[in-house]
Design a binder for this molecule. Structure first.
Ligand SMILES: [Zn+2]
Length: 549
């Protein structure tokens, strides 16, 4: 599914290239490889076909750490071409590719495989190709950040297996079009495992078939899904569920946990319906009612797998028991349940086309943590939390990464991005309008892949503020605006420093207890005060620095 993407892409390509060159980033780092470009760009061998459906049909052999099977890739022909790029990372191997019973020639170029189709590809036809593969997939080094397949055991010695592949790419464990711009409209995931284990993947369990001492679990996903969202989780699972009375009616919420953790999970997972209530309030209806919502225990920390959010926070509050904000508020919820589920709106509903724009996923989701707190504990709690997370900001690199080479920006996309949004909310000065913007984003870009420009433009339009310099400052530089000021006698002088050209964000201050707006620019401005020795405070909700001269 692509939706007007080709046109948008052409514009974005030009715009982002210009931007990157303007910042001189290319000269800072230009050691990207041909493989990075094959992975991170919409190549001629990708652009001519539009994904409609995948049927991933695999057998997992836990004892051998081995996967084999095939992916049936159905697509619509958009342009005349006969060479198709499919991605799969070694040590996995494509064994053959077949269309209409004809085995096809494949030219291998690292992780990219160029398959020459024999039959004519007529524009608008829906065709399909079977890509067979097998091997020992890359084992996750430090899931989910350095992912692959985690082959673990539970405390009873049962296999406990899970995939995770954001950034690295889904092609680390199955053959696919490994670029985020194009999502299938629906997907069937069939996973054969030893009988005493169960596979939990995305969407809904359609059927289970017994084959000797193995079982095949068929999971159907009826909504568009991004490729890193697809997952397998294999273990000795117990299941419980509830029905949530949501904005779009009844939503099935299903929980899969290791059998030993069942009773603990029934109590601890009460954060999940709490999350759903708060996030539907802020962001609009859960985006995948057809597929339901699941929380699935895994042997790593967690990931936002679409409609099957994975959970490994050890049934602790905070982030593995820690409060990332240092304010105490971070221990009021299970970080993984809240954060990873927040991604159902910002990552799975609204999805970046290029991982360079990963802030669209992480900045909004970081802010969702404080919105969760605000919903249950009040506005002050949410504000204290997000302000508290500033201690994690590195300002090492810009939040936006490098385009077309599959490279994300700084991890500041989490705390700095959240604080950027909190700052923007102050400029909006209207909480209900702010909430409607968050809901509007999810409605306008429903089930779409987007660029940062689309999100920035939407927010400028809906706030009524030209946010060009605001976003350029916070997303594309490491500079934190610094308000310099002096107070002498009855004169307040102030200006912005450490800013990009034309940055002129207003800021709220308190002078002798009276709140008011200042409109600083790069040049000094003067304000005459009513009296000498006034108190002067800058609203801490703004993520800026201040310097009294
Ligand atoms: Zn996240």
């Amino acid at each position: 599914m692509m939706r007007r993407l080709l046109v948008i892409w052409a514009i974005v390509l030009l715009a982002s290239t210009a931007k990157v060159q303007a910042q001189g980033l290319l000269s800072e780092k230009n050691n990207f490889t041909r493989q990075d470009t094959l992975r991170g760009s919409i190549t001629p061998e990708r652009v001519w076909w539009d994904l409609t459906y995948y049927h991933l049909d695999i057998k997992v052999k836990p004892d051998e750490k081995y996967i084999s099977g095939k992916n049936t890739i159905q697509y619509k022909v958009l342009e005349n071409n006969s060479v198709m790029q499919i991605d799969l990372q070694p040590p996995l191997k494509i064994t053959k590719a077949v269309q209409n019973n004809k085995e096809l020639d494949i030219r291998h170029d690292g992780n990219a495989h160029f398959i020459t189709l024999k039959d004519p590809q007529k524009v608008n036809d829906i065709n399909s190709i079977d890509v067979h593969y097998e091997g020992h997939p890359r084992e996750a080094v430090r899931a989910p950040w350095d992912g692959g397949i985690s082959w673990k055991k539970d405390e009873n010695g049962n296999h406990f297996i899970a995939s995770s592949c954001q950034g690295l790419g889904a092609s680390v464990w199955w053959p696919c079009k490994d670029h985020m711009y194009d999502e299938v409209d629906s997907m069937l995931i069939s996973v054969n495992v030893p009988s005493k284990l169960m596979d939990v993947s995305n969407g809904r369990l359609r059927s289970v078939e017994q084959y000797g001492d193995t079982k095949t679990y068929h999971w159907i996903v009826k909504n568009p899904i991004n490729n890193y969202g697809v997952n397998i989780n294999i273990g000795d699972y117990a299941h419980f569920s509830e029905v949530f009375d949501g904005e779009n009616g009844n939503l099935d919420m299903d929980y899969y946990v290791l059998k030993d953790n069942l009773e603990k999970a029934k109590v601890h997972f009460k954060d999940a319906p709490k999350m759903m209530k708060a996030f539907e309030h802020w962001f609009g209806p859960y985006p995948f009612y057809k597929d339901g919502y699941k929380l699935v225990e895994v042997p790593y920390l967690g990931m936002e797998h679409q409609s099957s959010v994975t959970y490994g926070n050890k049934y602790m509050q905070g982030y593995l028991g820690k409060d990332l904000s240092g304010t105490g508020w971070g221990l009021k919820f299970d970080f993984i349940i809240i954060h990873e589920s927040g991604h159902e709106w910002f990552a799975n509903n609204i999805t970046y086309i290029d991982i360079a724009d990963m802030w669209i996923h992480e900045s909004f989701t970081n802010y969702s943590e404080s919105l969760f707190l605000e919903y249950y504990y009040g506005k002050e709690a949410g504000a204290e939390y997000v302000i508290g997370t500033r201690k994690g900001i590195q300002n090492d690199r810009p939040i936006i990464g490098y385009y077309h080479v599959n490279t994300e920006g700084s991890a500041d996309m989490y705390p700095k991005g959240g604080n950027m949004l909190h700052t923007l909310r102050q400029l909006v000065e209207d909480d209900e309008k702010w909430r409607q913007i968050l809901r509007g984003l999810n409605r306008t870009f429903y089930h779409q892949t987007v660029t940062t420009q689309q999100i920035e433009n939407y927010m400028s339009e809906k706030t009524g503020i030209d946010l060009t310099e605001f976003f350029n400052q916070y997303l594309r530089t490491t500079k934190i605006p610094t308000l310099e000021y002096t107070i002498k006698n009855k004169e307040l002088k102030y200006r912005w420093t450490n800013i990009i050209d034309k940055f002129d964000m207003p800021i709220q201050v308190s002078i002798d207890g009276q709140e008011e707006w200042l409109f600083p620019k790069a040049e000094w401005k003067t304000k005459i005060l009513d009296s000498k020795n006034v108190s002067f405070e800058i609203d801490p909700d703004f993520y800026v620095e201040t310097k009294k001269l």
